[in-house]
Design a protein around this ligand. Structure first.
Ligand SMILES: C[S@@+](CC[C@H](N)C(=O)[O-])C[C@H]1O[C@@H](n2cnc3c(N)ncnc32)[C@H](O)[C@@H]1O
Length: 288
């Protein structure tokens, strides 16, 4: 059940989080965090972190969830963030200091293999930072080793592409103009765990128990609640991976895609709310 497809290695080339992608997440951080805020709120409500808990945040990005959890577990609790991008670790360390939040620290490491001298933790968390492992079963087994026996992991991962029009409708526009890499089922990337049963199998094979996976759906503001259709298309072309592919094409192709994206987003624009489009995530939890 946990076999990976042959084009898995190719997909990894598009997930260079230690390099270009980490830098791109940072460059577009405000838009990314505002776009996925609804998913983060649902995850943190579902996980219900408590005062005094020690929590690891996996693939913390710009640290929005780490900082929120650090405040929820204070006093007495702490958060350790692990991210593979040195750019994000440096920026997020500065962000925490500027916010005066001192029960959080950030480590640059691959979560698939990291060891922490001060394990074991009560809880693990990740909002969209756990779908990029080349070999998910040993990676999750390693993460389980950071938890104390019975400790709980809470993840948000994207559901199926067709249930996430906020991402795939823009890609469909681009595909009408340029060739994009074919989707590779279960390969590292946003939709690695779109299949609920596969996610459950990976966690069970990694030694987790009591695996629970429930869907959460809603709408999110593409580019953030302040973004107009024009700003949403600019965010998507700069921030999402298919936008990077477009950059290799002539200006007239890019302009045609930009115009069609703006039309798409105008159909979903609600002044005051933003470009509101559907999303679907799996809320995943399990015990070590
Ligand atoms: C889609 S972003 C999510 C960021 C953040 N969790 C959030 O929701 O704002 C994915 C994050 O996972 C990190 N990441 C990817 N692979 C990783 C790995 N093997 N170990 C640690 N972090 C990783 C990336 O650098 C990036 O910050």
């Amino acid at each position: 059940m946990t076999n990976l497809p042959a084009n898995h290695e190719e997909a990894l080339e598009y997930e260079d989080w230690a390099g270009e992608m980490g830098a791109r997440w940072l460059a577009n951080l405000t838009g990314f965090e505002a776009t996925i805020l609804p998913a983060g709120e649902i995850l943190l409500t579902h996980a219900a972190y408590q005062q005094g808990e020690r929590v690891v945040d996996i693939g913390f990005g710009g640290g929005a969830t780490s900082l929120a959890i650090a405040q929820a577990v204070a006093p007495g609790g702490e958060v350790v963030g692990i991210d593979i991008s040195p750019d994000l670790v440096a920026a997020t360390t500065r962000r925490a200091a500027a916010a005066g939040i001192d029960n959080v620290r950030f480590i640059c490491a691959d979560a698939a293999t990291v060891t922490l001298a001060d394990a074991a933790f009560d809880r693990l968390c990740s909002r969209f930072g756990s779908m990029f492992f080349a070999e998910p079963v040993p990676a999750f087994a390693n993460l389980r080793g950071l938890l104390k026996p019975g400790g709980r992991i809470n993840l948000a991962v994207w559901g199926p592409p067709l249930a996430n029009p906020w991402m795939v409708e823009g890609m469909a526009v681009a595909r009408r103009h340029v060739e994009l890499p074919a989707p590779a089922p279960r390969a590292p990337g946003p939709f690695a765990f779109e299949e609920r049963d596969y996610m459950a199998d990976v966690l069970a094979a990694a030694g987790f128990h009591n695996v629970e996976i429930v869907a959460a759906t809603g709408t999110l503001p593409v580019g953030g609640p302040d973004a107009t259709p024009e700003q949403a298309q600019a965010f998507v072309r700069h921030a999402l991976s298919f936008g990077q592919v477009l950059r290799a094409h002539p200006p007239q192709v890019q302009q045609a895609v930009a115009a069609e994206l703006t039309e798409l987003y105008a159909r979903h624009y609600r002044p005051g709310d933003g470009v509101m489009m559907g999303y679907s995530i799996w809320l995943v939890s399990a015990n070590a």
